[in-house]
Design a protein around this ligand. Structure first.
Ligand code: HEM
Length: 442
C-alpha cells in the first residue's frame, strides 16, 4: 500500500524519546547479534522474539511521523543521520569515499582487530590503491572470474563430499554444511593445500570475536602476526588456480599491502556461506522456484545468482552500512556537519512493503527483469564506488554450490517458512534438511 505523502523530505532532529527508540529498537539489537561474527544463541533469540520486525516498526512509525528526510540523532557528542528514503540512501552510497567515507569510526575500530590495512577502513591515498588491487584480483567487473572453471571444480568436489557425509544420517545440518563451506573458502582463496588449514581460519574467527566488541577488547597482536605468517606462506606457494596465486602475480603499489587484503576476503566469505544455506532453505520451501533453479544452465547460472541475491535482500548480512561524512553536506532543511555518521539500515529498505509489492516474498525474478534496479536502496552488496568488489566472485561460488547440491539430492527443510510472509530474521544455525535421492526428472 503506498504511504501517505509527507511534506517533509528534509533533515529532522529527533526528540530524545524517539532517539532512544532508534537506539534500543534498531542499533543495539543489530550490534548484539554480532556485527563482525554472528553469535548463534543471540541469533536464535533474535528469530524467536522477532527483533527485526521491531526495528522495522520503529523506523516506519518515525517515517510516518516526521516524513522521509534523514533523521538526526545527537548523542555522546556525535551526530548520526538515518536516511529513510531510497533516494537519500542512494546519494550517500554514490558519494563514497568522499564526502561519505566507508572508513567509519566504529567500523575501523572493529575491523582493525584483524585487517588494519583492509580497503574498507583505509583512507585516501591508500584506499585508491587497495581498491584497485581488490578489483584486479577479484575481477570485480567480470561475471566469470578467469579461474571460474577451476574454482567451480573445487566447489563441486566439496559439495559431493558434504552430501556423502550428510547422507550417512539422512540429514544436512549447519555444522556439516559449514565445515564443507570453509574447505571451499580455503581452497578458493588460499589453495588446495590449505583445505584443512583450520588453524588459519580459527585464528581469524578468534580475532573476529574480539572485533565484535571493537573498543572493548585489546588487540591480540600475537594472533594477528601468526595469521599474517600463515597467509604469507600460502601466497608464497602461489598455487595457480586460487586467489593467493593471483595475489602473488598481481602488480601492487607501495601502500597496497596485498597480504593485508586477504583477511577481509576470508571474513566476507562467511556471509556467503550463511546466505547460501538460507537460499537452500528458500528453494526447499518454494517448489516452483526450485524447479526453475534445476533448469538453470552453467557456468553463469543466472537464476541461482538471482536466488542468492534475493536471499541477501531478505536477510542482509550487512544490515548497517555505515559512512562518516568528510565535509559539511547540504540537504533540504539543513546541513549535515562533517564528521557525522550516516547509518543506512538495509532491512528497512529491503522489506519496505509500502514501496515493494514483493517485500516479504522470495522473488528471484526481480534481479533478472530490472525491477530491483528501479530501487536504489536494494543494496545486498552495497552500491556506488565502494560496492562489494567480491560480488561476482561470491555469486559464482555460491550459485555453483547450490547447483551441485540440488542436482545430487532432494532437500526437505525441517523449518517451516511461510512463502507469503517470510520471517524478518532467519537463524541459519538452526536450519536442518532431510535429504533423499533426487526425484527422476522427465
Ligand atoms: C554474501 C557475501 C557478501 C556480501 C553480502 C557482501 C556485501 C558487502 C557489502 C554490503 C559491503 C559494503 C560494506 C560497507 O560499506 O561497510 C562489502 C564490501 C566489501 N566486500 Fe563484500 N560481501 C560479500 C562477500 C565478499 C567476499 C567473498 C569478498 C572477497 C573475496 C568481499 C570483498 C569486499 C571488499 C574488499 C569490500 C570493501 C570494498 C570497499 O571498501 O571499497 N565481499 N561487501
Amino acid at each position: 500500500m503506498p504511504r501517505p505523502s509527507s511534506e517533509n523530505h528534509g533533515l529532522t532532529t529527533l526528540p530524545a524519546t524517539d532517539a532512544f527508540r532508534v537506539l534500543s529498537g534498531v542499533a543495539l539489537p543489530t550490534i548484539a547479534n554480532g556485527v563482525i561474527k554472528r553469535l548463534p544463541p543471540v541469533m536464535r533469540l533474535a528469530e524467536k522474539v522477532r527483533v527485526d520486525e521491531t526495528a522495522d516498526r520503529v523506523l516506519r512509525r518515525l517515517r510516518d511521523r516526521h516524513g522521509d528526510g534523514p533523521l538526526l540523532i545527537k548523542a555522546g557528542g556525535r551526530t548520526f543521520a538515518l536516511p529513510l528514503s531510497s533516494a537519500d540512501a542512494g546519494r550517500v552510497l554514490d558519494g563514497s569515499p568522499s564526502p561519505f567515507s566507508p572508513a567509519n569510526l566504529e567500523k575501523s575500530a572493529a575491523l582493525s582487530h584483524f585487517q588494519p590495512h583492509g580497503v574498507l577502513i583505509s583512507q585516501e591515498p591508500e584506499r585508491g590503491q587497495r581498491r584497485q588491487f581488490n578489483e584486479n584480483v577479484l575481477e570485480t567487473g567480470e561475471p566469470l572470474h578467469h579461474l571460474a572453471p577451476a574454482l567451480a571444480e573445487k566447489v563441486r568436489e566439496e559439495a559431493s563430499r558434504m552430501l556423502a557425509l550428510a547422507e550417512v544420517g539422512g540429514r544436512l545440518d549447519w555444522h556439516t554444511f559449514n565445515v564443507a563451506w570453509w574447505r571451499i573458502v580455503r581452497r578458493v582463496t588460499l589453495g588446495d593445500a590449505a583445505r584443512d588449514d583450520h588453524r588459519t581460519t580459527d585464528l581469524l574467527a578468534g580475532l573476529r570475536m574480539r572485533a565484535n566488541l571493537a573498543y572493548g577488547m585489546k588487540k591480540n597482536r600475537a594472533a594477528r602476526e601468526e595469521l599474517g605468517q600463515r597467509l604469507r606462506a600460502h601466497v608464497a606457494r602461489a598455487e595457480k588456480d586460487c586467489l593467493a596465486g593471483v595475489v602473488a602475480q598481481a602488480p601492487a603499489q607501495p601502500e597496497t599491502d596485498p597480504l593485508g587484503q586477504i583477511p577481509h576476503w576470508l571474513f566476507a566469505f562467511d556471509a556467503a556461506g550463511i546466505t547460501s544455506y538460507r537460499t537452500l532453505a528458500l528453494l526447499a520451501t518454494h517448489p516452483a522456484e526450485r524447479a526453475k533453479a534445476l533448469e538453470d544452465k552453467g557456468p553463469l547460472l543466472p537464476y541461482l545468482r538471482a536466488c542468492e541475491l534475493e536471499s541477501v535482500r531478505l536477510w542482509p548480512t550487512t544490515p548497517m552500512i555505515l559512512r562518516d561524512s568528510t565535509e559539511d553536506t547540504d540537504w533540504p532543511g539543513g546541513t549535515l556537519p562533517a564528521g557525522s555518521t550516516v547509518l543506512i539500515f538495509a532491512p528497512f529498505f529491503h522489506r519496505d512493503e509500502e514501496e515493494l509489492p514483493f517485500a516479504h516474498r522470495f522473488t528471484p525474478e526481480i534481479w533478472l527483469d530490472g525491477r530491483a534496479q528501479e530501487h536504489p536502496a536494494l543494496v545486498p552488496f552495497s552500491a556506488g564506488p565502494a560496492e562489494c568488489p567480491g560480488r561476482n566472485l561470491v555469486l559464482l561460488v555460491t550459485s555453483t554450490l547450490l547447483s551441485a547440491l540440488l542436482e545430487r539430492a532432494e532437500f526437505t527443510a525441517l523449518t517451516t517458512l511461510e512463502p507469503g510472509r517470510l520471517p524478518s530474521t532467519l537463524d541459519n544455525f538452526g536450519l536442518r534438511f532431510d535429504i533423499t535421492a533426487p526425484r527422476q526428472r522427465p
